[in-house]
Every structure is written in structure tokens, then in C-alpha cells.
Ligand binder design. Structure first.
Ligand code: CO8
Length: 263
């Protein structure tokens, strides 16, 4: 066959309406090569249109979720080719954050640099007990360049964000939990199960309501409170006109389980 072997594995779990994306490049600790980004993006673009899928779980093989940008590729960067190839503004930068369906990051180990920035673009982070989170770019004479400086502060607050970004030191799973970077910490052998369980719960709900909820929550990062509430309110009003909202409310009142039609 032509081209390099795929390094991002896609598994469609139709029964729970979930897609599992696994980064499988353990020899470089799942460092984010151009190939990994482009495979991730290609999968996401397909999954967004895939009616079988309501939510996505992303994880990594081996001892890392991802150790960040692929430094072998980064070392060949020169300003003109970075600039003219739009290295820091290309699709990978936009597809994940604007993906409409929920994405759960199941962080199984090292989650560094661009890897943490990838996790921060997801909606929920679940951490394994042996996960380690860090933004070590400063140690390379750089700083986080894929949303890290903007997103980490919203999770952990200024003091911890500055500590992580300025020192490049990592934090463990318990600290990540304490600073609200992760929503829970699980034994390594239960991490994926927990992520899929959450995905399954979401998968049973109205796809349109879930997508709207995700958009409304993410909008809080862009807007002030009154503008955000106007957005919330117009989204909410629109949702009341969906079939699913009718089905959901009627099912509750008649003490039955809602069977959503996702429209
Ligand atoms: N890129 C390429 N290869 C890597 C990377 C990486 N980021 N990280 C680890 N590797 C390789 C190592 O070179 C090593 O290869 P080899 O076996 O051939 O020597 C192999 O993975 C295993 O790594 P270690 O031997 O170092 O494993 P340890 O368990 O001793 O240490 C660590 C694990 C602590 C995670 C360590 O590997 C480390 O510090 N890695 C570098 C982390 C780092 O600096 N990441 C930040 C990169 S910069 C960045 O992410 C900027 C993002 C900007 C946006 C980019 C979008 C694409």
C-alpha cells in the first residue's frame, strides 16, 4: 500500500454511539507529528458527519497520551517555512476546538506541551492515576503555542498556570484534579472504561441538545456574561422547537424513557 501506515486508530462503537480515537506511536510517546494531526483531523471531519456517532473518546497507547509536538519535525522549522506554510494557523488548530460533538480526553500518561493543548481542546479530561501534565515548552526556549497560554489559565487559575508555563514543571494526576484540569482520576485499567461509560451516557441523549450545550458552554470563553447569556438564551429558545425537546419533556411527564430522534 502507498503512504505511511496510519498511527491514529479509529474504532466505531456503534452500540454506544461513540468513536474511539487512539494515538498509536508509543516509540515517540505519541508526539504530535504532522501525520498524527492530519489523521486526527481527517477522522474528526468524518465523525462530525457520521450519524452513528454522538461522542468521541481520544486516548494514547503506552505511557503517554502525547508528549507534545514532534521535536524531530520542529527542529527543521525555519521562520519562512513556518510562516508561509502557516504552521501555527492550519486546520489542526481549528478543527478540534470547533468540533460539534463532545470529545473526552482519556489521559493515560504523559500529557505534555501540544499534547496537553490537545487535551485542553477536548471537553472533558479524565486522568489515569499515572497521568502527568505539563507545558515544558519554556525549557526549549519556546512557550505553549497551540492554545496553552489561553486555555490552561481558565482551568487552573493564574497562579498555577504561570507556575506551569514559566517553570515548565509537570503536575501529577491528583494535582490536576485539585486544580480542576481533570474531572476525575481513575486507576489505569479503569480509565478507558470510564471514558466510554461517560461517552455512552452522552450518546443516549439528544444529539442536537448535546451539540448546542457544548457550543453554549464554550461560548463562555469568547464572551462576557451578558453576551454569553443572550447566546445561551437564543440557543435554548431554538432547542424548545426540536422534536427531541418535545420527546424528552413528554417522556418525563409520562414517566417513560425518552427515545430521542436527534432532530
Ligand atoms: N517529540 C519527539 N520525540 C519525543 C518527544 C517529542 N515531543 N517526547 C519524547 N520523545 C521520544 C524521545 O526522544 C525518546 O526517543 P528515543 O527512544 O529514540 O530516545 C522516546 O520518545 C522516549 O522518551 P524518553 O526516553 O525521554 O522517555 P522518559 O520516560 O525518560 O521521559 C518525558 C518522558 C518526560 C515525557 C520526556 O520524553 C520529555 O520530556 N519529552 C519532551 C516533552 C516536550 O518537551 N514536549 C513539548 C514539545 S513542544 C510543544 O509541544 C509545542 C506545541 C506547539 C503546537 C504544536 C502543534 C503540532
Amino acid at each position: 500500500s502507498e503512504g505511511p501506515t496510519a498511527v491514529v486508530q479509529l474504532e466505531i462503537k456503534e452500540d454506544i454511539r461513540t468513536a474511539l480515537l487512539t494515538i498509536n506511536s508509543p516509540k515517540t510517546l505519541n508526539a504530535l507529528s504532522e501525520q498524527i494531526w492530519s489523521e486526527l483531523n481527517a477522522h474528526l471531519l468524518n465523525l462530525e458527519k457520521d450519524d452513528r456517532i454522538n461522542s468521541v473518546v481520544v486516548t494514547g497507547v503506552g505511557k503517554a497520551f502525547s508528549a507534545g509536538a514532534d521535536l524531530n519535525q520542529m527542529k527543521t522549522n525555519k521562520f519562512p517555512n513556518v510562516y508561509f506554510n502557516d504552521y501555527f494557523e492550519r486546520d489542526w488548530y481549528k478543527i478540534l476546538p470547533s468540533f460539534r460533538k463532545p470529545i473526552i480526553a482519556a489521559v493515560n500518561g504523559y500529557c505534555f506541551g501540544g499534547g496537553l493543548e490537545l487535551a485542553l481542546m477536548c471537553d472533558v479530561i479524565l486522568a489515569s492515576e499515572n497521568a502527568k501534565f505539563g507545558l515544558p515548552e519554556i525549557k526549549l526556549g519556546l512557550f505553549p503555542g497551540a492554545g496553552g497560554t489561553q486555555r490552561i489559565i481558565r482551568q487552573v487559575g493564574k497562579s498555577k498556570a504561570m507556575e506551569m508555563i514559566l517553570s515548565g514543571e509537570m503536575i501529577d494526576a491528583q494535582e490536576a484534579l485539585h486544580f480542576k484540569l481533570a474531572s476525575s482520576v481513575l486507576p489505569p485499567d479503569q480509565l478507558l472504561e470510564a471514558a466510554l461509560k461517560l461517552a455512552k451516557k452522552i450518546g443516549k441523549l439528544s444529539k442536537v441538545a448535546v451539540a448546542a450545550a457544548k457550543m453554549a458552554v464554550n461560548y463562555s470563553a469568547e464572551a462576557g456574561l451578558s453576551e454569553g447569556m443572550r447566546y445561551e438564551s437564543s440557543m435554548f429558545n431554538s432547542l424548545t422547537g426540536t422534536k427531541d425537546a418535545k420527546i424528552g419533556v413528554e417522556a418525563f411527564l409520562s414517566k417513560q424513557k425518552a427515545k430521542f430522534v436527534h432532530s
